[in-house]
Design a protein around this ligand. Structure first.
Ligand code: ST9
Ligand code: ZN
Ligand code: ZN
Length: 319
């Protein structure tokens, strides 16, 4: 990470830096310094993903299927892992399941579980303020990807330090993944997706790298980011019309069940992240299957009474 020393960070909002990008007012907040390394890397990644589209017709059909399997593993590492298990503790998972979810999370390459969960807890607690890492009040682009292109607002770090993260630090799986994050990403996000098609059905490494790794990773990133951007701007608010997060069917479909965002911000402890259990919600089906196999337990749910009372009190009247 391209970290600034604390002293410099505090000053950054008040003066122009070497690249002269800050010191302009933006919705009452000072603009933050651009991290050009991230802009360039994300530019290259997205260019690579566009190029990958040209390779689809040339690849073996098994490579398409494998890329989709990698996408589903990636998605579960974020939804069932970093999100519903580690950020919200909405259910309990035994060691083998936690190991699988941590490996799947490294395939997602969205920062390690500790950092992802810390930022996500800040997002819920300080939603749509300067202490929210991807504050959607700063617009679609900032909430989607722009927040990764600038140094964090000082409130994110100051208020983030008040969060209780002791449960994350006491989970050896989280600590291990953080300690070995770079190598785990190399193996899970890049090597494994590339080598399987090459080894098992003779796909070229070029095709499998661009489809199962680059394209799959870029699509998964953008779908995840849509929860922060689109699902904070477009859709109904049946549970709480006083907050911005919304129910967005398009996002729900892509994120295997994470687009019921008005419900989720109203009842963040609910393991289904939705009023409707497993309807349009493969992540919930996966957690239920894990419970059935004895690998997970203690699923938390908002009761129908709580949901109805909340809808009547603060809902926008939609269903
Ligand atoms: C990515 C993450 O894409 C995506 C998250 C999306 C979340 C969506 C959630 C939606 C719900 C779930 C839906 C799932 C759907 C899934 C569907 C799947 C198909 N509190 O970070 P630094 C400290 S990542 C407390 O360097 P800068 C930090 O500890 C993409 N403290 O800040 C450190 O302290 P020390 C790939 C905090 O310099 C210091 O501050 N990754 C907090 O401002 C500096 O930290 C990338 O692109 C906090 N909240 O840099 C890399 N935050 O010095 C992106 C920080 O003591 N990251 N601290 O160690 C970066 O390059 C940088 O973090 C930065 C900010 C440039 C963004
Ligand atoms: Zn959440
Ligand atoms: Zn949100």
């Amino acid at each position: 990470m391209d970290a600034l020393p604390d002293r410099e960070r505090c000053e950054v909002a008040d003066r122009a830096g070497p690249d002269g990008a800050e010191s302009r007012e933006l919705n009452g907040a000072k603009r933050q310094r651009v991290v050009w390394r991230n802009v360039i890397l994300m530019g290259l990644l997205h260019t690579g993903a566009l190029y990958s589209l040209l390779l689809i017709p040339k690849a073996h059909p098994f490579t398409w299927i494998w890329s989709y399997i990698c996408f589903m593993i990636t998605a579960l590492g974020v939804t069932a892992g970093a999100h519903r298990l580690w950020s919200h503790r909405s259910y309990k998972a035994k060691l083998p399941l936690r190991i699988f979810l941590a490996a799947a999370n490294s395939m997602a390459f969205q920062n390690d579980i500790f950092e992802w969960s810390r930022d996500h807890r800040a997002h819920h607690k300080y939603s749509e303020t300067d202490a929210d890492p991807h504050n959607a009040k700063r617009g679609f682009f900032f909430a989607h990807i722009g927040w990764l292109f600038v140094h964090k607002h000082k409130d994110v770090i100051e208020k983030g330090k008040r969060l209780d993260l002791s449960d994350l630090l006491s989970d050896p799986v989280v600590v291990f993944q953080r300690k070995h994050y770079k190598i785990s990403v190399l193996v899970m996000c890049f090597l494994l997706p590339t080598l399987v098609p090459w080894y098992f059905w003779g796909e070229s490494m070029w095709n499998s790298y661009f489809l199962a790794s680059i394209l799959r990773y870029t699509i998964a990133l953008n779908i995840t980011w849509l929860v922060n951007s689109a699902a904070h701007m477009y859709g109904n608010r049946p549970y709480n019309k006083n907050i911005n997060p919304r129910e967005n069917r398009f996002v729900t479909f892509g994120t295997i069940g994470e687009g019921f965002h008005n419900f989720h911000h109203t009842f963040p402890f609910d393991y289904a992240a939705s009023e409707f259990g497993f309807r349009f919600n493969p992540t919930t089906c996966f957690i239920d299957l894990m419970c059935w196999l004895g690998l997970a337990s203690n699923r938390k749910r908002a009761t129908p009474e709580m949901i109805m009372a909340r809808k009547l009190r603060t809902g926008d009247g939609s269903t």
